[in-house]
Design a protein around this ligand. Sequence first.
Ligand SMILES: CC(C)(COP(=O)(O)OP(=O)(O)OC[C@H]1O[C@@H](n2cnc3c(N)ncnc32)[C@H](O)[C@@H]1OP(=O)(O)O)[C@@H](O)C(=O)NCCC(=O)NCCS
Length: 376
Amino acid sequence: MEQTVQFAKGLEGVIAGESTICKIDGEKGQLYYRGYPIQELAEKTTFEETTYLLLYGELPNRDESVVFSAKMRNARDLSPAVLEMIRNFPEKSHPMELLQSVIAYLSAYVEHKIHHGPHCNCRETLHQVAQLASVVAAYERIRNGLEYVPPKRNLGHGANFLYMLRGEEPTESEGKIMDSALVMHAEHSFNASTFTARVIASTQSTCYSSISGAIGALYGSLHGGANEKVMVMVDEIGTPQNVVPWLDKTLGEGKKVMGMGHRVYKAKDPRSNLMEAYLKELCEAKGDMTYYDILKTLEVETRKRMEQKGKPVYPNVDFFSGAVYRLLGIPTKLFTPIFAMGRVSGWLAHVLEQRIDNRIYRPKALYNGPEPRSLS
Ligand SMILES: CC(C)(COP(=O)(O)OP(=O)(O)OC[C@H]1O[C@@H](n2cnc3c(N)ncnc32)[C@H](O)[C@@H]1OP(=O)(O)O)[C@@H](O)C(=O)NCCC(=O)NCCS
């Protein structure tokens, strides 16, 4: 007998699949990848190790780590054809549109086959994880009339991205912060882009199609992009002294404070604590605490006002990350592409998991259209 499931707009509360990759405890504000808390992973592992953890289920031992990192680093350099594509891409396009197209294009450069089982060559080549960061860096340089900077194999993933973007090596601390930010963005369960990747994987399409589709989903303003809006807000506020008048006006007009609140977390997003610490470190290194002071005052004052209304809100990962990226010298339009550079590891882990016990996704619609009728 056919089982009927209640209609839930946006699939809210619906369990759409099983997964062993990520656990979120929204009430306690905890996030785990394969059982490890995000705080520990972001502080003690590299993005390459976290990618291995997401794809294989366990952290690599020393030998595995060496082999895996070497494979990923070997896959970083962009081919002349991809560089040509970046140069020829319409100038006004958003970098997310370029990323989506490049990933689809890259599939032509690997053994092209439709996969009928859990194993595919994405574990072997790590092509997409490695190349995304290089494409983002190359996009920015080429748009600014600068030469492509080839990757350096002795640098970790985050540090190499900053090197390819700037043309000079970042400090050790900057490289660590960038790497850690990618770890924090790597996975977040069945969000819209990950679900998109799994739906495409469920049709037995290629992992390149899954990632290209996921990038398209992330491009939407309801998914990626809140940290861009946080920086618009910070620029508008300008000084720590202006936080309170700005906030009272904004809340008075019924507007939201960007980077605060979350659909899943009903406590402070664990990633925002780390981002806050990184922002403080970068502001101290620069000798200018303005961004930190604005955001910290904004957090305290917003929480106070929302608690008085009985609607507590807390900072999410985007609240401090935009300022962190800006202090690393990253332009605002690259914030969502950076999200994709981290999340690609989680997307691939979900593609592989989907293939293990696959069933094509095929929900039903609640039909509200006209009753059957005739043309005559
Ligand atoms: C993320 C978000 C959509 C979560 O939404 P949600 O779980 O549906 O929470 P709600 O919108 O129902 O919030 C409950 C109440 O708190 C208010 N609220 C939530 N977040 C708020 C914020 N950032 N600033 C001011 N008020 C906020 C809502 O207006 C709502 O009040 P109401 O009952 O008078 O309408 C929401 O918090 C938001 O828009 N935040 C800002 C954008 C952002 O940072 N997005 C990135 C998310 S990772």
